[in-house]
Design a protein around this ligand. Structure first.
Ligand code: SF4
Length: 334
């Protein structure tokens, strides 16, 4: 049985080394510009850092995938094409793409470079995936976080490209790459600003002993004294609907699939992805190590696999809202 891959995020070289040292089979990273959706100040890789990172990964038998998951801008698409050429020059193990123009360019200009279809392309059904396979020869699809484990299994039976799914980290619940909720209050694109809630648009205020979080001036949530507050993201805000104030769209916990790891692996996935290129090397090291232990434990004896409470506690400590959710793997959409 081919073992599922543990795929870890690398926002910089220290995080890449932490992923490799803690048992990742593959890492993913982007260049230091708007060509990747985690375009944060001080993060990401220059081409020479990418050379060092890929070299470190290779020396440890770890694959390195380059992320190019934003969309070329109409006034100057050239940085995106240059980034595709750079990924090919670096001999990355795969390039992660979402945009049809870049998919075509990469497929025609660099046919030797395996293409993974980004979650930002929102391909979540067999016909859409076959389209990308037929036209651009994608080797893998990264599934949006909108499918249950049985739906992933059914999809696997209909297609013959590898499936990559999110196993741990921040949960973006919409059809990804298509969510514009935050644009209405921040005035900027969630795709090329690095995140949908950029830090400069975030405010924390104390009012009468309560903590209020705001994004672009809009009230996202109000917390009682002593309550854990989440980083303000619109889809995880507490809003009033039908005279009730609650998380109308999604709870602010991190996705964590350890409790259903066997169902996810047995659904036929090839790669388990950890979200968080914007997180610290300590986060990357901790989450990679625990996912490695869980995956190894499953393969030692699939029938007796159990998620250890110590793993869950350690992962919760790294999580948004210090809690976790199975997201749409198990829950029905609210
Ligand atoms: S608001 Fe929520 S669903 Fe939309 S991009 Fe941000 S995390 Fe994703």
């Amino acid at each position: 049985m081919k073992k599922v891959e543990v795929l870890a995020p690398a926002g910089n070289l220290p995080s890449l080394r932490a992923a490799v040292d803690n048992g990742a089979n593959a890492v993913y990273f982007g260049f230091r510009d708007a060509t990747n959706a985690r375009n944060f100040e001080g993060l990401n890789f220059s081409e020479s850092e990418a050379v060092q990172g890929i070299d470190y990964a290779r020396r440890h038998g770890v694959k390195a995938n380059v992320v190019l998951n934003t969309f070329p801008q109409v006034h100057d698409p050239s940085p995106w094409y240059r980034a595709v050429d750079a990924a090919a020059r670096l001999k990355a193990d795969a390039i992660i793409l979402a945009n049809a123009a870049l998919l075509r360019y990469c497929h025609e200009r660099h046919p030797q470079l395996p293409i993974h279809l980004s979650v930002q392309a929102s391909a979540s059904n067999a016909e859409a995936i076959r389209f990308y396979q037929r036209h651009f020869h994608i080797a893998r699809v990264i599934l949006p976080r909108v499918l249950t484990a049985p739906e992933i299994r059914a999809l696997h039976e209909k297609i013959d490209v590898e499936l990559e799914v999110f196993a741990f980290g921040g949960l973006c619940v919409m059809a990804e790459g298509r969510c514009h909720l935050s644009s209405f209050v921040t005035g900027v694109s969630p795709n090329i600003e690095g995140v949908c809630s950029p830090a400069r648009a975030v405010r924390f205020e104390n009012v009468d002993g309560k903590l209020r979080t705001r994004l672009g001036g809009a009230l996202i949530a109000e917390y009682a004294e002593g309550e854990d507050a989440a980083y303000p993201t619109i889809c995880k805000g507490r809003f009033q609907a039908n005279d009730r104030v609650y998380h109308v769209m999604e709870e602010p916990g991190s996705l964590n699939i350890l409790e259903i790891l066997p169902q996810v692996i047995e659904a036929g996935v090839s790669s388990l992805k950890i979200e968080g290129r914007q997180r610290t090397k300590s986060y990357v090291g901790t989450v990679t190590k625990i996912l490695r232990q869980a995956v190894d434990s499953y393969y030692e004896d699939p029938a007796s696999y159990r998620a250890k409470p110590a793993w869950i506690r350690a992962l919760n400590a790294t999580s948004e809202g210090t809690t976790h959710t199975l997201g749409t793997y198990e829950e029905s959409w609210q």
